[in-house]
Design a protein around this ligand. Structure first.
Ligand code: PLP
Length: 390
């Protein structure tokens, strides 16, 4: 298969096929099956000033970035995509498209870095932001104002794993004429397709599941249809230059080849880990949308193909016991981030800092690709070492 989006006879290829083929070409110079990394920052032009291969200067565009953008647009069923140097660079590019003083509605447990970008990077923009519980559509509806220019959602959310009903958000936003962005980092395009529900754009931190190996930082923004905020984000990408390097794009595309397999395995393992923790006496609460007792379970079951590889857990006994559990793990690694092959655990409030609204006894867990029985044994011994025999 040798072109952007592979075609079968009469239907869109499945995500496993797109993950391997979309955006890739066989190298015409050598026949290499795996694309080369094009490090050149500049491309030859004709005497008349035209660029026969469509590339002029690497900040503007380059072959590896184009491949990545074509691929993620196909994975989300979007019309176009933009690759950035981090997930937060995506949020920054979107916010740059708003007028000073604009009003935004965002989730009350949005990824804490988003709050920091609004408060610090855009401090002189005088943006007004209403943080609401997005799992309750009535709260979103009540927060909208005539000057609202953006609805930002994140589902499942980080770190409380709240679930937002995407069809409801799209319905409310359409009626109010407000553009929507869904941060789908936890779900990935394997489990959830926000554009299908009428959300305008999807954002991912590709640092997480899409690259999948904890070795490259990046972000992507995918549009269902061209729109003003997407055009402004494109301008910010090409002129502002918060772009991933060709090697970053290459690594991310390489990771995407195994995305469907990884995410399905991680979701199945996370379900086992969540079920174990849910039945443990040392655990006060488990936040995982796959559990039937999760308040967002029914919505998640409707809009997600599985429930993802991240869960959060509140440990009985408070912050010190939670920290003692994290201190005692042997298979899990104590580290921030998620979506890689290694299972990670962290005391979330301490990474979010003094302004954190996350419960002090909460540990966030990213389930990797180890055997789930080994992960469960590790958590059992760590809980026991912290005084919770089980
Ligand atoms: N969105 C979510 C849901 C995240 O969890 C993160 C990072 O943890 C980001 C965005 C930001 O991504 P990055 O660290 O690539 O800037």
């Amino acid at each position: 298969m040798d072109s952007g989006t592979p075609s079968t006879r009469d239907r869109v290829p499945h995500i496993e096929t797109l993950a391997v083929h979309a955006g890739r070409t066989i190298d015409s110079a050598t026949g290499a099956v795996v694309a080369p990394i094009q490090l050149s920052t500049t491309f030859e032009r004709e005497a008349d000033g035209t660029y026969p291969h469509g590339f002029s200067y690497s900040r503007d565009d380059n072959p590896n970035r184009k491949s990545l953008e074509t691929c993620v647009a196909a994975l989300e069923g979007g019309s176009a995509a933009l690759a950035f140097s981090s997930g937060l660079a995506v949020a920054t590019a979107i916010l740059q498209g708003l007028r000073p003083g604009a009003h935004i509605v965002a989730p009350d447990d949005v990824y804490h870095g988003f709050r920091s970008v609004v408060a610090k990077v855009f401090a002189n923009w005088d943006l007004e932001i209403s943080y609401v519980d997005m799992s309750d559509p009535a709260q979103l509806e009540a927060a909208l104002r005539p000057d609202t220019e953006l609805i930002w959602v994140e589902t499942p959310s980080n770190p409380l794993l709240k679930v937002t009903d995407l069809a409801e958000v799209a319905r409310i936003a359409l009626a109010a004429g407000v553009p929507t962005v869904c941060d789908g980092t936890f779900a990935t395009p394997v489990l959830q397709h926000p554009l299908e529900y009428g959300i305008d754009m999807v954002a991912h931190s590709t640092t997480k599941y899409l690259s999948g190996h904890s070795d490259v930082l990046g972000g992507v923004l995918i549009a269902g249809k061209e729109n003003a905020l997407f055009a402004s984000a494109r301008q910010s990408q090409k002129l502002g230059g918060a772009v991933p390097s060709p090697f970053d794009c290459w690594l991310t595309l390489r990771g995407i080849e195994t995305l469907p397999c990884r995410v399905r395995t991680q979701s199945a393992s996370a379900m086992q880990v969540a079920t174990f923790l849910n039945g443990h006496d040392g655990v006060e609460a488990v936040y995982y949308p796959g559990l039937a007792n999760h308040p967002g379970h029914a919505v998640a079951a409707r809009q997600m193909a599985a429930f993802g590889g991240v869960l959060s857990v509140r440990i009985a006994g408070g912050a010190s016991t939670a920290i003692a559990v994290a201190a005692a793990v042997r298979v899990f690694t104590r580290a921030t981030s998620l979506g890689g092959t290694h299972s990670l655990i962290e005391h979330r409030a301490s990474i979010e800092g003094p302004a954190s609204t996350t419960p002090q006894n909460l540990l966030r867990i990213s389930v990797g690709l180890e055997n789930p029985e080994d992960l469960i044994d590790d958590l059992a011994q760590a809980l026991s070492a912290a005084g919770h025999a089980g």
